[in-house]
Design a protein around this ligand. Structure first.
Ligand SMILES: NC(=O)C1=CN([C@@H]2O[C@H](COP(=O)(O)OP(=O)(O)OC[C@H]3O[C@@H](n4cnc5c(N)ncnc54)[C@H](OP(=O)(O)O)[C@@H]3O)[C@@H](O)[C@H]2O)C=CC1
Ligand SMILES: CC(C)(CO)C(=O)C(=O)O
Length: 308
C-alpha cells in the first residue's frame, strides 16, 4: 500500500515507521532539521516494543515529488490539518483514504470542509511517543493502537483491509461499532486533563489526589458530556464514570502532550480542546463555565506562543 504520512513527529513517525518496517511504501512529509536528519540517517524509532531504523526512508517537503497515495495519515496537530488537506488536494484521488490521528472531536469535520466526504475516515490513536531529536522518535509507553472507521460506521471493505494491515504492522488496528463515541471518549479525557494540567502545572495524578482539583476535573468532564449529548453522541453516565476512573488511574507522573506543550510555551491544542467545547456550547446553547475559565485563562499565553 502507498502511504503518505504528513507530519513525522511522535505519532506520524511511529505509526509511519511501523508501516514502512512491515514493507509498505511509506513517504514521510517532514521539514527543516527533521527532514535533513531523516535523509542522512534514516528514521530512527526507539520503542519499548523494540527499536528500529527505516533507512533509507522516503522523506520530502515537496508534494510535487509524491505519487497519489492509497492512504494519508496525518501526524500533525489538530489546528494544522485543514490547511494540510488543502495542500494535498491535488494528489488525492477518489480512492485515497485520509485518516486523522489527532486528538480532538472535529478532525474529520475539518477535513470534510476541504476534501470529498468519501475520502475521509474518522480516527484517533493511543500511544505515548515524542520526537526526541530531529529524525528520532521515542515511543516510551503503551501498546500503540489506531482506532478508526467509516464516518457512518459501516464495516466497509477498505476499513477491514486497513485494520488487517495495521494488525500486521506491529500495532493494533481497532474498528469500533461507534467510532464517534470512541472519539468522544478519548477526547473527554484529553480535553479534561490537558487544559487544567496546563494551568496547574502538575501531573494528572497530582490533580486527581487534590479534592478541589478533582472536582474541577469532574465538572469539566460533565460539560464535555453535555456537549457530546447535544451533538447526538451517545456519551452516557457510564462513559462519564469510566472517564473518572481512567483519570484516577493515571500515574502520579503522567501528563498529556498538550499539557506539556502549554507548559513549555509551545503552540498547543487548547483551542481544539477547551476552546472547541466553549465554541460548541455557545452554538448549542449549553453552558460551559469551567471549560471557559480554563480556556480564557490560558488563551493569552497561547497567543504569545503563536507570536513567537
Ligand atoms: N504524542 C503522543 O503521545 C500522542 C499525540 N496524539 C495527538 O497526535 C497529534 C500529533 O501529535 P504529536 O505527534 O505528539 O506531535 P509532534 O509535534 O511530535 O509531531 C508533529 C509533527 O508535524 C510536523 N510538522 C508540523 N508542520 C509541518 C509542516 N508544515 N510540514 C511538515 N511537517 C510539519 C512537526 O515538525 P517539526 O518537528 O519540524 O516541528 C512535527 O514533527 C496531536 O493531535 C496529538 O494530540 C495522540 C495520542 C498520543
Ligand atoms: C495521553 C495520551 C498519551 C494518550 O494517548 C495522549 O493522547 C496525548 O498525550 O496526547
Amino acid at each position: 500500500m502507498k502511504i503518505l504520512v504528513y507530519g513525522t513527529g511522535g505519532v506520524g513517525g511511529y505509526f509511519g515507521g511501523r508501516l514502512a518496517q512491515a514493507g509498505h511504501d511509506v513517504t514521510f512529509i517532514a521539514r527543516n532539521e527533521s527532514l535533513k536528519a531523516i535523509r542522512e540517517n534514516g528514521l530512527i524509532v526507539k520503542s519499548v516494543n523494540g527499536d528500529f531504523t527505516i533507512k533509507p526512508a522516503k522523506a520530502t517537503d515537496d508534494i510535487s515529488e509524491i505519487e497519489s497515495p492509497d492512504l494519508v495519515i496525518f501526524g500533525l496537530k489538530s489546528w494544522q490539518i485543514k490547511d494540510a488537506a488543502k495542500h494535498l488536494k491535488s494528489i488525492i484521488t477518489e480512492e485515497t483514504m485520509v485518516l486523522p490521528l489527532q486528538n480532538g472531536a472535529d478532525n474529520m469535520e475539518k477535513l470534510q470542509e476541504v476534501l470529498p466526504k468519501k475520502n475521509v475516515l474518522a480516527g484517533f490513536c493511543r500511544i505515548y511517543s515524542k520526537k526526541e531529536a530531529p529524525g528520532v522518535i521515542n515511543h516510551f509507553q503503551f501498546d500503540p493502537e489506531i482506532i478508526f472507521g467509516e464516518l457512518d460506521n459501516e464495516k466497509s471493505k477498505r476499513v477491514l483491509k486497513l485494520k488487517e494491515i495495521f494488525n500486521n504492522s506491529g500495532f493494533k488496528g481497532i474498528v469500533p461499532d461507534d467510532v464517534h463515541k470512541a472519539i468522544w471518549k478519548k477526547f473527554s479525557f484529553i480535553a479534561t486533563v490537558s487544559g487544567l494540567g496546563g494551568l496547574t502545572r502538575v501531573s494528572i495524578g497530582k490533580m486527581w489526589e487534590d479534592d478541589y482539583l478533582q472536582g474541577i476535573l469532574k465538572k469539566t468532564g460533565l460539560e464535555i458530556q453535555a456537549i457530546a449529548q447535544a451533538k447526538g453522541v451517545d456519551f452516557n453516565d457510564e462513559d462519564v464514570a469510566q472517564l473518572y476512573q481512567f483519570i484516577g488511574n493515571q500515574g502520579i507522573t503522567a501528563t498529556a502532550s498538550t499539557q506539556r506543550d502549554i507548559m513549555a510555551g509551545r503552540p498547543s491544542e487548547l483551542g481544539n480542546f477547551n476552546g472547541y467545547i466553549v465554541e460548541q456550547g455557545k452554538k448549542l446553547g449549553v453552558d460551559t463555565p469551567v471549560n471557559e475559565f480554563i480556556y480564557r485563562a490560558l488563551l493569552p499565553m497561547e497567543k504569545e506562543a503563536r507570536r513567537s
